[in-house]
Each structure stands twice: as structure tokens, then as C-alpha cells.
Design a protein around this ligand. Structure first.
Ligand code: FAD
Length: 469
């Protein structure tokens, strides 16, 4: 009897425990993706990027004589219908950890089991299942460094090989057409502008990892903070969709460490930040949309998204160069350098005193490396409301940060065109990407700060001092 292999955010064939188990069973395998509410709910760029990844996966499966079936609707109903049509006796998938997926998947598992269907979830998205790391007192970790210490010497499973063959059923069930799903329809910024920045699929991800280990990891310790330079792995895009596994990245990092490459340990630590985000989301699911520290519910955040300041922040015209450059980088490339993410988040939550959820939602819409756990943790870390967060009173100064991390202003001149005689092509491409209603032109003057660095800092600190918790 066939096994249904339900792909979600695990868009690869190598090091894929669920797929490997399905293939090793010798039963025919029916790969499927389902466009359910969780896909419809994705922001514009993550949904579009998922669609590209799925299309690529369909090709990789076809190259192996298999076929990816596209179905839409409530996931349980879709699976039950497929089981009825194909006589499948099992459904396999790779585990996800966001609260919405956990709820859906546990209902599906319980219901299918009642119907004598072998519903099985596998690991693969994470190196360390979130419930396997425990503090000495049996709780979960709320601070990164002890979490790192507890996992760093663990044996990480060696990556599994790609199945040589994916056994096909005698007949394929019907499939919808991926194009009809129009997953890019909300990409108002023009998918063709973002597309050149995408590295799609597992072989591109493997090349990225290889190139990083060959030429970037040695100087990663210092290089990773310079937003104008391409000195990080850029693997978040692929990790977010499972086009590469964290195990593959980890083992490459360990090899680099053994070869004495300087930045290798820092890279391993970054991979563990991703695991930590998932650890936190598993143990405190509210992190995705509620202040992790409940005290912060009474902080006078501004939650009105329609304010002019929020609009200026989203549009990259706050008049604070570091903030604007980073916001524009995200709009055009679907990515933002980590230093930029920290600066724009701090500016929004502290200088503009806006609720972090406003920023989180904009990132949800713009990032091609969008990840539910890392995005939520990143925002709450920046806002001060999260576990192991940067304290609210430590306010990044976006002007002095520029002197530190963009001394020659390479980054800001790459992304800001106004007021410059030599306009960089990236900066100009921003004006091609934005909607006409934003009414911005590269020939405009560059705006004065909407909230100056010092003024915003004082206002934020005074709100913090007067808080009632
Ligand atoms: P590298 O420096 O090469 O690091 C290797 C890998 O480690 C990354 O690919 C990523 O998977 C992981 N990693 C690195 N830093 C972090 C971190 N701080 N938290 C969690 N994992 C990390 N990352 C996302 O993948 N998706 C998001 O939606 C996301 N949103 C963020 C929002 C905010 C406000 C902040 C401050 C950070 C956010 N991050 C997010 C974390 C981080 O900025 C990105 O992971 C990183 O910039 C990706 O670039 P890279 O792949 O070149 O990373």
C-alpha cells in the first residue's frame, strides 16, 4: 500500500528522515503538498518564495521518476480523500513547531490513527528536538548561553543520503496546477525585482554552504557585522524552507572547526540560536504574538499602524540612514542583514515606541527567509519583552552604529539614492519596486529624521522609567 509523503517546509530530498523512511519501506510513495489555511496566511514574500521552492521540489522529484501532487483545502480532509483515492496506508511528514502547525498536525495524527492509518511525524527541521534540552531543575532554557552549553557537545545525526529511487505507485492521483494557486499574487513589489536575490533549491543551498566554508567562515567573526559586505552564509532562506538541513550545516561547521578555521565556532553558535528560537516557541508558544514577559502588556507601546511614523519606517524614509538603507534592502532583496534587523527593530520599538508586533508583521510580509520562531524571537529580543532580551534601556544609536559598522558609508550609499550624484543600481531598483502610491522619487531630497536619535532615546528611556512594572 502506498505511503503519502506530505511536504511542508522540508523542500529537499537529501537528509530527509521522513522521505528516507518512506522510500526504504519499499512501498510506493506519493509526494503531496497541500495549500491549506497555513499557506494562505503567509505574508506576500514568504508565500511566493514557498511556491518557488515547491516548484523546484516538483522538478527534483520528477527527475527521480516521481511526481509531486498539488491539492488545496483543509489538510485533514485532503489527506483523507487522497487515502480513499489511492488506498494509502500511511502518511509521513517532517515535524513543524509553530503553534498553528502543532495543533493541526496533532489532530490529523490522532484522527488518522483512529482510522488505522499509520500517521508518522519525523524530525529533520531541527538538530535538537525542543523537549530534549532541559535545565538541571527540569525546566526549559530561557537564556541562550546555558542552552548552547547544554547542546554543543551532543552528537548531531550525520546527514542521510538522498534516496536513490523513489518508488512510484501504479497510477498517480489527480493534481491541481501550481500556477493556479497564484502564490505570488500579493508580491506588489514585483517578484521579478526580488527574484535575482533568491537562491533556489537544495543544490544552490549546498553551493552556498560550500562557498561559505571555503572562503567566508575564516573571517566570519569580524565580517558578519558589516552589512555592506557579503560575509555571512545567507543560508537562512534555505534553512527556513528546509532546502538544506541544519545537520548538513552543522557537520560542515564542525569540519571547518577541526581544520582550525577561525569563525567556525561562531557559525555553529548561530545555528544554535535558530534551535534556541524553536526551543522557546515550543515551550512558550505565545512568543509568536504576545509579549513573552507579560509585564510588558502595560507598556505604552503605540499599536496604531496607520501613523505617519510607521509608514515612514516601512518605506525607508525615516531620515535615519542606517534604518532606511536596511528597510530598502529588505524590500528589494527579501532579506536584511542581521545588524540591520537589530537596528530597524530597535528604532521602531524604542525611538518610535511602536509595538514590536507592527514590525514583526511587516517582516512577515517582506522576508524570503521568514521563519516563525526566529522572527518572533528577534523582535522580542529587540523590544526587550522577550527572554534573554536586550534590556529596553540599552538603546542602539543608529547614528554611531553607522560609524562602527559602515564606516565608509558603502551600505547606505548602496540603498539610498536621494541627494547623491552617483546613484547605485540597487538604490534605483528600490524605486522600481515600491508602489506608485508611495510617491517617492530618487530625485527627492533625503528627509530629515522623523525622530532624531537623541530625542527618541530620551523619550524611550523616560517611558521605561515611568513604567508601572
Ligand atoms: P549567518 O550569520 O550565516 O548564520 C547562519 C544561520 O544561523 C542563519 O542562516 C540562521 O539560520 C541562524 N541564525 C543566525 N543568527 C540568528 C539569530 N539571531 N536568530 C536565529 N537564528 C539565527 N532569521 C531568520 O532565519 N528568519 C527570520 O524571519 C528572522 N527574523 C529576524 C528578525 C529580527 C528583528 C532579528 C533581530 C533577527 C531575525 N532573524 C531571522 C535572525 C538573523 O537576522 C538571520 O537569521 C540572519 O541575518 C540570516 O543571515 P545568514 O543566513 O547569512 O546568517
Amino acid at each position: 500500500t502506498p505511503i503519502i509523503m506530505w511536504f511542508r517546509r522540508d523542500l529537499r530530498l537529501s537528509d530527509h528522515p521522513a522521505l528516507k523512511a518512506a522510500c526504504d519501506s519499499g512501498c510506493p510513495v506519493i509526494p503531496v503538498v497541500i495549500r491549506d489555511g497555513s499557506v494562505d496566511d503567509l505574508g506576500a514574500a514568504p508565500k511566493w518564495r514557498w511556491g518557488l521552492g515547491v516548484e523546484h521540489l516538483a522538478q527534483s522529484l520528477a527527475d527521480k521518476g516521481s511526481k509531486l501532487i498539488f491539492r488545496s483545502g483543509d489538510a485533514l480532509k485532503v489527506l483523507q480523500k487522497l487515502i480513499e483515492e489511492t488506498g494509502a496506508g500511511a502518511v509521513y511528514w517532517s515535524r513543524l513547531y509553530d503553534p498553528q502547525a502543532v495543533e493541526r498536525d496533532s489532530t490529523i495524527k490522532a484522527t488518522l490513527k483512529e482510522q488505522d492509518i499509520d500517521a508518522r511525524s519525523y524530525g529533520g527541521h531541527l538538530m535538537f528536538e525542543p523537549w530534549t534540552a532541559e535545565t538541571k531543575t527540569g525546566g526549559f532554557y530561557k537564556v541562550y548561553t546555558p542552552f548552547w552549553r547544554s547542546v554543543k557537545d551532543r552528537e548531531v545525526d550525520a546527514p542521510l543520503s538522498t534516496p536513490g529511487r523513489i518508488p512510484a505507485p501504479d497510477a498517480w492521483p489527480d493534481s491541481e496546477a501550481l500556477d493556479d494557486w497564484a502564490l505570488g499574487s500579493a508580491m506588489n513589489r514585483g517578484a521579478e525585482i526580488v527574484r535575482p536575490y533568491v537562491r533556489l533549491g537544495e543544490s544552490a543551498a549546498q553551493s552556498r554552504l560550500g562557498a561559505f566554508m571555503a572562503s567566508k567562515v575564516a573571517s566570519y567573526d569580524n565580517g558578519r557585522d558589516i552589512p555592506a559586505e557579503d560575509r555571512t552564509s545567507n543560508l537562512s532562506e534555505n534553512l527556513a524552507l528546509g532546502e538544506i538541513s541544519p545537520h548538513q550545516c552543522w557537520h560542515a561547521g564542525v569540519r571547518a572547526l577541526d581544520e582550525g578555521k577561525a569563525g567556525a565556532e561562531t557559525f555553529l553558535k548561530e545555528l544554535v540560536w535558530r534551535e534556541f528560537a524553536y526551543h522557546l516557541m515550543h515551550h512558550t508558544p505565545r512568543i509568536v504574538d504576545q509579549n513573552w514577559k507579560e509585564d510588558w502588556d502595560s507598556f505604552p507601546w503605540n499599536e496604531d499602524e496607520r501613523r505617519a511614523e510607521v509608514k515612514a519606517w516601512k518605506q525607508g524614509r525615516t531620515g535615519i540612514q542606517f534604518v532606511d538603507a536596511a528597510m530598502r534592502e529588505m524590500y528589494v532583496t527579501g532579506r536584511m542583514h542581521n545588524r540591520g534587523r537589530m537596528i530597524v527593530a530597535s528604532y521602531l520599538c524604542k525611538h518610535l515606541m511602536c509595538h514590536w508586533r507592527i514590525g514583526q508583521r511587516w517582516f512577515d510580509d517582506c522576508l524570503i527567509d521568514w521563519d516563525p520562531a526566529s522572527n518572533a524571537m528577534g523582535w522580542q529580543w529587540s523590544a526587550g519583552s522577550g527572554p534573554d532580551a536586550t534590556p529596553y534601556f540599552r538603546v542602539f544609536n543608529p547614528v554611531t552604529q553607522l560609524d562602527k559598522f559602515d564606516k565608509n558609508r558603502d551600505y547606505v550609499s548602496r540603498w539610498i539614492a536621494e541627494g547623491r550624484s552617483n546613484k547605485a543600481s540597487e538604490a534605483l531598483s528600490y524605486f522600481d519596486a515600491i508602489p506608485r502610491s508611495w510617491n517617492m522619487s530618487p530625485d527627492d531630497g533625503y528627509p530629515d529624521p522623523i525622530v532624531a536619535a537623541d530625542q527618541g532615546r530620551k523619550r524611550a528611556l523616560s517611558a521605561y522609567e515611568n513604567r508601572d512594572f
